[in-house]
Design a protein around this ligand. Sequence first.
Ligand code: HXC
Length: 257
Amino acid sequence: SAYETVLVEKRDKVALIQLNRPKALNSINQQVIEDLNKAVLDANADNGIGAIVLTGSNRAFAAGADIKMMEPLSFSDTYMGGLFNDLENITKAKKPIIAAVNGFALGGGCELAMMCDFIYAGEKAKFGQPEITLGVLPGAGGTQRLTRSVGKSKAMEMCLTGNFIDAQEAKQIGLAAQVFPVDELVDRAVAVGQKIASFSKVAVALNKEAVNAAYETTLQLGLDYEKRLFYASFATKDQKEGMSAFREKRKPQFTDE
Ligand code: HXC
């Protein structure tokens, strides 16, 4: 692999990125952040790729930030160094990222999964924000994305107790979109990625951008934003192609223009 801590595999139109730091349950350090960002950036820039699947191992998606690395840090180390700021860079990708979570997604691991566009969970997955047990708090979206995703009561319970939830509960509260058997999870996520990759890349990116806008703004501004993007989609060749293919009862040939 071109990277120290991630493995990248191209499966047709999907880039499968696998966190690979098994000795520390894929816990996140600077190397992981660098490798992950580069792998996502490369996939995002690759015209042959239409979707990205991010996964870990069967035991752990990621067990959080690297606790042994963090232990000696001071306030000024973290503040001036912008600890974990760069992890957010993967959210800048135009192409959708599906998190395929087997095993532990804890702390920064749960936060990383929530930075992805949606989450599929394997039956044995465990999600949690155990930072409270370490005398800290989530630092990459655990108090913010989780609250927007599952509401205040559940997010508050998870952050204040550090308790883990299982895959079924994650699905029930809307954190995970679907649950699959452990051995099928990655293939199912890749198959959904292939489906997404069969559509116009521009339309996919517009859909992603519009849904993400719902996190940032009020309903009326979000509806206005959606309308702008919807109207903009009529400037694409793929809109003409998609609609003429419907009328002619044939498969569309999208060119991403
Ligand atoms: C560093 C970690 C680690 C972590 C596991 N390991 N999690 N090392 N940082 N976050 C290491 C262990 O030290 C051990 O190595 C090896 O991985 C296997 O873990 P075990 O604990 O022996 O496995 P097990 O008994 O199965 O327990 C699994 C576990 C537990 C429940 C996931 O490891 C655990 O609680 N990990 C910490 C989870 C956590 O608190 N995460 C939040 C971190 S704070 P050695 O060599 O010691 O045997 C955070 C802040 C986010 O994420 C900030 C923004 C990104």
